[in-house]
Design a protein around this ligand. Structure first.
Ligand code: MTE
Ligand code: MO
Length: 527
């Protein structure tokens, strides 16, 4: 083997220097893998939320500054969370390699570094919402196991390396001793760690609970009026299928909430705090509501918007049961994962605005990633200030008392959805053949409703378009325009006007602090 030759042909000190550090780094990585694997195994058995990598990832999600978060979303899009976890894993591996080398060269510095990592992971786990009483156990035992493996393996490595300097016979035994121990431990850690994580993530009884769920039939339903939905190639359907509905949240893993143990509590500035079970809620009577949900992060022309028929119970009915006290102006909603949103009290109590606790989306129980078993849907407000998924608690309070999740992170405490319109077809960059073509897209102006949508070709006069029959003022509409496209490059601009005569804002604004604005201009090449 080339290693042996290298050792034979060089001076002992040289050989030791040349060969020790990669093995020490490897021992460090194996020790960290043991830490994680033991923690994952104990987490799967005793405390599901106590996964070090996920907890550290969640802390990072919460603390990274907004520009960095936006950059991550631009770079990785929907895979930003996977990229984050990969980044955390890579960072941990590098730190572990350093710990290995330190432990070999500067005992016990490496063990101290590994233990500090373990303490940080423990703190991350314990500070997450929903950490159980046993949540400390997996990271603490995991750290102890990791530190043991680090000390044991570097001692073996030291023996091998000193033997290499002296005598070729013990060298073989000591080398085998180190390689066998770290190799087997590495394989064991990967098998146990991955197995436990998969078990933890998939062995959920909640999936079965969702399958078995039979909701009471809705008393009123939303039926699409004639002409509400045109099926045109490239144009979004008026009802967004659940599978295509955009998803935005800070959750690294989708919360598993069992509807049979779920409770909703109404607290704060109320006469009678109340607590409802899932059955209490749905037995109040279910109705269907068509509402378009919009994310504040939606750029003009973007896809972070979707429309669904939600089944649920008006939030005002429940607030009325609790009795809202005077002086309150905000409701802080809270999710099982600690996420919070601040919604103006008036948006939840208004008789003419159906803010609801939704339990179903397009005729089926809420999908897990859209908030199963209960989420909020409030017409006319961006999701981050209203649409709390996996909701469990409302606190009636004041804007000058508490801040919600996004408020200290650069977004407004209050955020009505800005009226917007977009071109779905022709798509930018798709070649268009000269002649008669249909330009079409979507427009929304919740909760006032879209009155007209106009297009302007190459900065020409604004031309009226045809609208699909609106479902209601809370839902978006389709628009279309018959255009005779001539060869060349053209700009198509679009703007909406609501039923109160307000014209969509022309000035461009970025998504922060309270939503993008501007007229979309699409460049098309006609040949
Ligand atoms: N628990 C929780 N609810 C949440 C969020 C979140 O991060 N956590 N994000 C909000 C945001 S920013 C939006 S735009 C909507 C998106 O809902 P969707 O993922 O069902 O489309 O959920 C809202 N509810
Ligand atoms: Mo959002």
């Amino acid at each position: 083997m080339s290693t042996d030759t290298a050792v034979k042909n060089s001076t002992p000190t040289k050989a030791r220097k040349r060969h020790a550090w990669p093995w020490a780094a490897f021992a460090g990585i194996v020790s960290a893998a043991v830490l994680l694997a033991v923690a994952e195994l104990l987490a799967a058995l005793f405390a599901r939320s106590a996964s070090p990598i996920l907890a550290v990832g969640s802390v990072i999600v919460d603390i990274v500054p907004r520009p960095l978060k936006e950059l991550a979303i631009t770079l990785f899009g929907e895979t930003d969370k996977i990229a984050l976890l990969a980044g955390v894993g890579l960072g941990a591996a590098v730190a572990a390699a350093v710990a290995g080398i330190l432990q070999y060269r500067l005992r016990p510095a490496g063990a101290v570094v590994l233990a500090i990592g373990g303490v940080l992971a423990t703190v991350a786990i314990l500070t997450r919402t929903g950490a159980g009483a046993l949540a400390w156990l997996p990271p603490v035992i995991g750290t102890a196991a990791g530190v043991f493996v680090l000390m044991f393996s570097t001692t073996k490595l030291r023996r091998w390396m000193t033997a290499a300097a002296a005598d070729a016979d013990t060298r073989g035994t000591d080398r085998r001793g180190f390689l066998l121990f770290t190799g087997l431990t590495a394989v064991g850690a990967v098998v146990v760690g991955v197995g436990a994580r998969v078990l933890n993530a998939t062995s959920s009884s909640v999936a079965a609970a969702r399958d078995a769920l039979r909701l009471p039939t809705a008393r009123t339903t939303v039926t699409l009026p004639e002409g509400a939905n045109w099926e045109l190639p490239g144009l979004s359907p008026i009802i967004t299928p659940n599978a295509d509905f955009y998803r935005v949240d800070t959750a690294l893993t989708v919360p598993n909430v069992d509807p049979t143990t779920w409770r909703l509590s109404i607290e704060g500035m109320v006469d009678t705090p109340i607590e409802l079970s899932f059955d209490d809620l749905v037995n109040m009577g279910l109705d269907e509501y068509g509402v378009t949900l919009t994310c504040v992060s939606n750029e003009v022309g973007g896809g972070l918007v979707g429309n669904a028929i939600w089944t649920g119970v008006p939030i005002r009915d429940i607030l009325r049961m609790a009795g809202v006290q005077s002086g309150a102006d905000m409701v802080l909603s809270e999710s099982v994962d600690g996420y919070t949103a601040s919604t103006p009290l008036g948006s939840l109590t208004d008789d003419n605005l159906d803010a609801i606790f939704a339990v179903a989306m397009n005729g089926e129980p809420l999908p897990f990633e859209h908030g199963f078993p209960v989420r909020m849907v409030v017409p006319g407000l961006y999701g981050y200030v209203s649409a709390t998924k996996w909701v469990t608690k409302l606190t009636v309070t004041r804007f000058d008392e508490v801040e919600a999740y996004w408020t200290p992170r650069g977004y407004s405490a209050e955020a009505p959805i800005k009226m917007s319109s977009r071109v779905d077809t022709p798509k930018i960059g798709t070649p268009v053949t000269a002649g008669a073509i249909t330009v079409a897209g979507m427009a929304w102006a919740q909760p006032i409703g879209v009155a007209t949508v106009e297009v302007s070709i190459d900065n020409g006069e604004w031309q009226p378009t045809t609208l699909s029959t609106p479902i209601n003022d809370q839902s978006w509409v389709q628009w279309k325009y018959d255009w005779t496209a001539e060869k060349g490059t053209h700009y198509i601009a679009v703007r909406a006007t609501d039923k109160q005569g307000n014209v969509q804002i022309e000035d461009a604004a970025p998504i922060a602090p309270n939503g993008s604005s501007g007229w979309q201009r699409t460049l098309v090449t006609v040949s």
